[in-house]
Write a protein that binds this ligand. Sequence first.
Ligand SMILES: NC(=O)c1ccc[n+]([C@@H]2O[C@H](COP(=O)([O-])OP(=O)(O)OC[C@H]3O[C@@H](n4cnc5c(N)ncnc54)[C@H](OP(=O)(O)O)[C@@H]3O)[C@@H](O)[C@H]2O)c1
Length: 352
Amino acid sequence: MPPSFDANNNNNSSSKNGNNGEKQQQQQQQMVCVTGAGGFIGSWVVKELLLRGYRVRGTARDPADSKNAHLLELDGAGERLTLCRADVLDAGSLRAAFAGCHGVFHVASPVSNDPDLVPVAVEGTRNVINAAADVGVRRVVFTSSYGAVHMNPNRNPDAVLDETCWSDYEFCKQTDNLYCCAKMMAEITATEEAAKRGVEIAVVVPSMTMGPMLQQTLNFSSSHVAKYLMGTKKSYPNAVASYVDVRDVALAHVLVYERRDARGRYLCIGDVVHRARLLQILKELFPQYPVTAKCEDDGKPMAKPYRFSNQRIKDLGLEFTPLRKSLHEAVICMQQKGHLPLIYPMQKRAYL
Ligand SMILES: NC(=O)c1ccc[n+]([C@@H]2O[C@H](COP(=O)([O-])OP(=O)(O)OC[C@H]3O[C@@H](n4cnc5c(N)ncnc54)[C@H](OP(=O)(O)O)[C@@H]3O)[C@@H](O)[C@H]2O)c1
């Protein structure tokens, strides 16, 4: 049997980063809202907030859908979690969800390259900030993406990627990278609207997010790993990418929320590795799976990992989970939830 993974045992969490009793008591009075509560990152944000004693309202377009049922099983959910229906394109539903909340974590956004994602990401974010301001929410944490940061062909490869970096919008558009365009526009909209309406805002900028899922359905970044493991992705680009553990991303949201002077962007990147290295780690951890993808640029010099700074969020107390651990737990979790077949090392030949 594969080692079991206990999704309730989040060891990079409040226990690791410490909370005193007085602060926790104050937080217990606080109601906060998380949009997109049932998604991959949203679920871990809800879990972290519950662990820290907050009263949490989670939004979903259909709270009764079984895909959100895992939220009700989280520790503290029975007493301190309510789910409510809200669509980011419906301002009234957002105002109702945010009423009485001290803070909002705006996590919801489609993760796709579908043109429909742009209005949901951008107008949805405008609605969230305005609804928050309308009902007196003081502080918003917005989930951006490293897609808004690193996609710039003219970036000096020796320069350190940090919070001052932005993707090149025209380049993203020309290369059909609508997700990056949408996240850039959404982040700019969030910051500008918050400034206009006098709402405090901090932005978490996660890279490709890995690790165990609390939800049952397979999200985009987890499926990225599953495709390589199952050999359904036949090739990979000669490119580097940055990765982070989902529990670190969730904790980053809460840390920037709790530090009242935290403003602006916080890059949340744990590692930058070439795709070949990612596949190598998967092969070492799970030799029984047919990780067979080949580099598209075979024979050409390998792209080199860029340097990056995650110092701002580290200064708030975040310690990053090693990529190897994150991948290991992601795969075990996908096996347990039935997204990957259970193959034991000796079965590889028969399976192939
Ligand atoms: N995963 C990554 O690698 C990664 C990396 C960087 C940044 N991010 C950002 O992190 C956030 C969450 O990503 P994820 O990976 O957790 O994605 P996910 O699992 O697909 O969750 C996306 C969430 O967005 C909600 N949503 C979509 N359209 C909506 C709408 N019109 N109104 C309200 N809610 C809507 C969905 O809620 P429903 O239940 O209503 O469908 C779902 O809960 C996104 O902002 C994404 O851009 C993700």
